[in-house]
Design a protein around this ligand. Structure first.
Ligand code: AHM
Ligand code: MG
Length: 346
């Protein structure tokens, strides 16, 4: 029987030891999130048994139907964070406005953004869902947090991660020292290090995109996706298609096995569907730490300056060379279309 394991607590502490000036607050904040995720994982596991599945009966700020587990996950994370004195403000996919810590609690030095239960349309069919989080150091000087604390570009994140509630529960996070993965051992209730320093292949096997939107994309994106499938003479070697419709599940598979995930802008979602602050930016931080990359098609995701808590962005993320291929193809196709020969030489 194996007796030497690395718990997430020990791993975070070991990383913190490299910084003599560290106060331990960020480490404790990460444990708080790990605790919240264990509570959510337990609820998801029991979901079919305790009749917690189904619609909560109202819509969230994006006009989408909330599931009961969305509400539960959102409340759980807020309850695990707001009283600790480590957080000044939060932002959630499920809340319209920023959430300053309640006045009865001390305000801390971090702002946390999260999507409490991403891919929740998958809940009723028992497929992978996840929690995504992003942490910034506060920029406001004192008191409860303000929108300036949550509206920061992704390159200012001090930590980010996701928890995938799949066949097992996994937590992947980065503090800028590589991306590391932990698997929850349900028998002891601990996250154990299972994927130290994840490095995603430079060229992936998979492409992941909702291809039912093909006719809604512009010609540039249609050309790039055809290239990923190997339909073009200047394309890449053909990739396999894999798409769950759950960002955490699709991203995680491609991170580990190599691949590219795309959620482009389309005529229905002209700015893309995914949210910059609590979906694209944290995933982009992890991708880059795993030697992958992320773009909106024009600029690096981590350089986008947010103006709105729930702002959306197109997202192309994953293996570095594949993301580069898509960005180049978008550029080249646009240049050809606006040049003297308007017909792309495919
Ligand atoms: P959600 O935050 O409402 O769950 O939506 C985000 C999800 C992502 O997990 C996933 O990548 C995408 O929406 C799938 O969208 P679609 O069903 O349009 O392919
Ligand atoms: Mg979401």
């Amino acid at each position: 029987m194996q007796t030497s394991v690395t718990t997430i607590e020990r791993f975070i502490l070991d990383q913190e030891d490299r910084y003599p000036e560290a106060t331990g607050e960020l480490s404790n904040l990460l444990y708080d999130i790990a605790l919240a995720s264990k509570i959510i994982a337990a609820a998801i596991r029991r979901a079919g048994l305790v009749n917690i599945l189904g619609k909560a009966g109202h819509q969230n700020v994006q006009g989408e139907e909330q599931q009961k587990l969305d509400v539960f996950a959102n409340e759980t994370i807020k309850n695990c964070l707001q009283h600790t004195g480590r957080v000044c403000a939060m932002g959630s996919e499920e809340d319209e406005d920023i959430i300053p810590v309640p006045p009865e609690y001390a305000a801390g030095k971090y702002a946390v953004l999260f999507d409490p239960l991403d891919g929740s349309s998958n809940i009723d069919v028992n497929s992978a869902v996840g929690t995504i989080f992003s942490i910034y150091r506060r920029v406001s000087m004192h008191g409860r947090g303000t929108s300036s604390d949550v509206l920061q570009p992704g390159c200012k994140q001090v930590a980010a991660g996701y928890i995938m509630y799949g066949s097992s529960t996994m937590l992947v996070y980065t503090t800028g020292q590589g991306a590391h993965g932990f698997t929850l051992d349900p028998t002891i209730g601990e996250f154990l290090l299972s994927h130290p320093r994840i490095v995603t292949p430079r060229v992936g096997t998979y492409y992941s995109v909702n291809e039912s939107n093909f006719h809604r994309w512009d010609i540039e994106m249609q050309t790039a996706v055809r290239g990923l499938k190997g339909d073009l003479s200047d394309g890449v070697s053909p990739k396999n298609s894999r798409y769950i419709g759950s960002l955490v599940g699709d991203f995680h598979r491609n991170l580990v096995a190599g691949g590219i995930f795309l959620y482009p802008a389309d005529t229905k979602n002209p700015k893309g569907k995914l949210r910059l602050l609590y979906e694209a930016s944290p995933m982009a931080f992890i991708a880059e730490q795993a030697e992958g990359s992320a773009t909106d098609g024009v600029q690096r995701i981590l350089d986008i300056m947010p103006t709105d808590l729930h702002q959306r962005t197109p997202l192309v993320i994953g293996s570095r060379e594949d993301v580069g291929y898509v960005a180049d193809t978008l550029r080249r196709t646009a240049a050809r279309a606006s040049g003297p020969v308007s017909q792309p030489a495919l």
